[in-house]
Design a binder for this molecule. Structure first.
Ligand SMILES: [Zn+2]
Length: 345
C-alpha cells in the first residue's frame, strides 16, 4: 500500500510503498477514506513527541473494515468505522469507569505507538475501531466523519468537565483552531449564554462567529483579560477553556474568571503558570484538566453529528500525497478549523 511515512523527527514525510497490513487475532484492517490532520498529529510530525521510526501518523480516520482477525466480534467487513485515539486496556478501574484516558495500562496512541491513518490501510486492535452510526453518510463525507472522534469528542467532554450550564458565559482560547472552533460549536449547542472566541487571527475569529461565537477577542492586541471583563460587564467569565494553555493564556483566563468560575486546560507544552490562591478562595475558582474523551463520548459525538445537531468544520481537504503542504500550514497556524487528507473514495 501507499503510505506517508515519518522516518525521523522533524523531517518531511516520504510517500512510499509499504507492505499491506495483515490482521492478527483480535485485530482488524480497514481501508482509509480520509484522515484528519490536526495539531496533535503535527506535534508528532514536528518531532516534539517521542516516536519509533518509521511511523505512519494520523488518528482521525474514516475507514471501511476489509478484514478481521480471529475472535473479532465488534466490527465486520464493510462496516464504516473511525478510531478511538487512545490504546487503553478496557479492563482497569479507570477504563471500567469510562475514564479510559487515565488507563493504568495505557498503551499509547493510534498514529504514534502503532501506525495510523496516513496510508491506504490501517491495522488496529479491533476494539480501537468505533462504528459510524446509520445516518452519518461516511462515504459521502469521509473528512467530516473522520474528525468527529477527536475534534468533537474532546469538546463534548469539556462541557461535562466544566459542568457547562445555560447560564454560563464561556471563553474559548485558541478558538480558531481544530479543537477550538468545535468547542465554540459544542458550547453553542450546549446552550451557553454567551460564547466568546479568543484567537490571534482576524480571519479565524470570523470563522468562529460563523461557528456560533457571540463575541470575539483579538488576542494579538493584548489586554485579553480587560477585553473579557468588558464583554461581561465586569462580572467575569464562568468557563474558560484553553486550547493554547501557554503561561500567558492561562493567566489571562484565570484572571478573567468570575465568581464560581472554572478553567479547563487541555495541556499546552508543559510550562508552568501562576494562580493566586487568595483569589481562588475568594471566588471559589476551579482549575481543571481535561484529556481527550471516553470511547462512549466518541460514540455520542458521532451520534450528534449523524442527527445533524453538529457538523464538523473541515476547511481544507487535500490528497494524501499533499500531507507535507498541510503540515507546513499547520506549523504556521494558518489552518482554520480542521484539515483532512483524502485517501480513497
Ligand atoms: Zn485501562
Amino acid at each position: 500500500m501507499k503510505a506517508m511515512l515519518l522516518e525521523a523527527p522533524g523531517r518531511p514525510f516520504t510517500f512510499k510503498n509499504v507492505p499491506d497490513p495483515v490482521p492478527g487475532p483480535g485485530e482488524a484492517v480497514a481501508k482509509v477514506l480520509a484522515c484528519g490532520a490536526g495539531l496533535t498529529v503535527h506535534h508528532a510530525r514536528a518531532g516534539r513527541l517521542k516516536l519509533d521510526y518509521p511511523r505512519i501518523l494520523g488518528h482521525e480516520i474514516t475507514a471501511e473494515i476489509v478484514e478481521t482477525g480471529a475472535s473479532v466480534t465488534n466490527v465486520r467487513k464493510g462496516d464504516g468505522v473511525t478510531a478511538y485515539f487512545y490504546l487503553s486496556c478496557g479492563e482497569c478501574r479507570w477504563c471500567r469507569l469510562d475514564r479510559e484516558t487515565l488507563c493504568d495500562n495505557f498503551g499509547g496512541y493510534v498514529g504514534r505507538e502503532v501506525d495510523g491513518g496516513y496510508a491506504e490501510y490501517i491495522k488496529l486492535p479491533a476494539r480501537s475501531f468505533v462504528r459510524i452510526p446509520e445516518g452519518l453518510d461516511w462515504r459521502k463525507h469521509p473528512a467530516e466523519a473522520g474528525v468527529v472522534c477527536d475534534a468533537i469528542a474532546t469538546p463534548l467532554k469539556v462541557t461535562r468537565k466544566a459542568r457547562l450550564a445555560p447560564t454560563d458565559t464561556v471563553a474559548v482560547f485558541g478558538a480558531g483552531g481544530g479543537l477550538g472552533i468545535h468547542m465554540v460549536q459544542v458550547a453553542r449547542w450546549a446552550h451557553a449564554r454567551k460564547v466568546i472566541a479568543v484567537d490571534v487571527m482576524a480571519s479565524k475569529l470570523e470563522a468562529c462567529v460563523t461557528a456560533g461565537a457571540d463575541a470575539t477577542v483579538d488576542a494579538s492586541s493584548g489586554r485579553v483579560t480587560e477585553q473579557l471583563m468588558a464583554l461581561t460587564g465586569g462580572r467575569g467569565i464562568d468557563v474558560a477553556i484553553d486550547f493554547v494553555s501557554s503561561q500567558a493564556t492561562l493567566e489571562a483566563a484565570i484572571t478573567a474568571l468570575g465568581k464560581g468560575g472554572r478553567l479547563v486546560t487541555l495541556g499546552g507544552h508543559g510550562g508552568t503558570f501562576s494562580a493566586n490562591p487568595g483569589e481562588m478562595l475568594r471566588k471559589e475558582v476551579e482549575l481543571l484538566g481535561s484529556r481527550y474523551a471516553s470511547r462512549e463520548e466518541v460514540a455520542e459525538s458521532l451520534e450528534l453529528v449523524a442527527r445533524g445537531a453538529l457538523w464538523p468544520v473541515v476547511t481544507e481537504k487535500v490528497p494524501l500525497a499533499e500531507a507535507e503542504a498541510v503540515h507546513e500550514r499547520l506549523d504556521k497556524g494558518a489552518v482554520t478549523g480542521r484539515a483532512a487528507l483524502c485517501v480513497a473514495k
